[in-house]
Design a protein around this ligand. Structure first.
Ligand code: ADP
Length: 213
């Protein structure tokens, strides 16, 4: 039998940044994370910071270099340990900060496992109908950040396929009224503006320190 979900006051209040590889989740998440009262974590960054010679580092390399997802249980366990560590360090303060998640959950099973840990208040779906534009973004990122998983066109295509087959269905796990669609083509500033229009009211509603501030 599955464990009971924790009561709301024990789950991390979260907004999900959702979208295909190259939609700009990382860019937007990093900017939001600089604003007091928001705490951003990218699942891909958490994985990339793991020592490549450790057991988990090797598992990450094995899957990500093929453009595949790391298995669900390992991913959610790793994520939960990381976020717990950050609360212990006082880096992330669950009672003050709205958690901005990027890159997790990426499968329906992960979404179910994550229900134990997070209370999802909103899903920002960065949509992109222009695949060529996304492809160009990924190529630029590969050159700038020296990322092995973006450098190869075959791997990029594989990651899109994984997104369409495994990640896109995650949206069906959340009620429609929590999902907001924002076009991911445009300047980072213009997209940020639209995201803030959505997430600031969520922050005001759920965090007393910011209401009326
Ligand atoms: P992108 O958003 O561009 O796909 P990320 O930096 O988020 O890239 O992730 C890089 C790699 O890390 C993924 O291809 C995958 O192998 C692994 N990864 C990241 N997040 C998850 C997740 N939630 N579940 C499984 N694997 C993940």
């Amino acid at each position: 039998m599955a464990d009971a979900i924790l009561p709301d006051h024990d789950r991390y209040k979260s907004v999900l940044l959702f979208g295909a590889p190259g939609a700009g989740k990382g860019t937007q998440g990093a900017i939001l994370g600089r604003i007091p009262g928001f705490y951003h974590t990218s699942c891909g960054d958490v994985f990339r910071n793991i020592d490549i010679h450790s057991e988990l580092g090797r598992v990450f390399y094995e899957y990500s270099s093929r453009g595949e997802l790391v298995p669900d249980e390992i991913t959610v366990r790793m994520w939960a340990q990381t976020i717990h560590a950050r609360t212990v360090l006082g880096d992330y303060k669950p009672h003050d900060d709205l958690l901005i998640l990027d890159g997790i959950p990426r499968t329906l099973h992960q979404a179910e496992l994550m229900d134990d840990h997070i209370e999802v208040l909103q899903v920002i779906h960065l949509i992109c109908r222009d695949h060529d534009a996304m492809f160009q973004r990924l190529r630029r990122r590969a050159l700038k950040q020296n990322r092995f998983d973006d450098a190869d066109e075959k791997v990029i295509r594989q990651r899109w396929q994984v997104y369409e087959q495994e990640t896109f269905p995650v949206l069906s796990h959340y009620p429609d009224e929590l999902i907001v669609e924002i076009d991911s083509i445009g300047s980072p500033g213009a997209i940020l503006h639209q995201i803030l229009n959505q997430v600031v009211p969520v922050q005001n509603t759920h965090f007393a320190a910011f209401a009326g501030a």
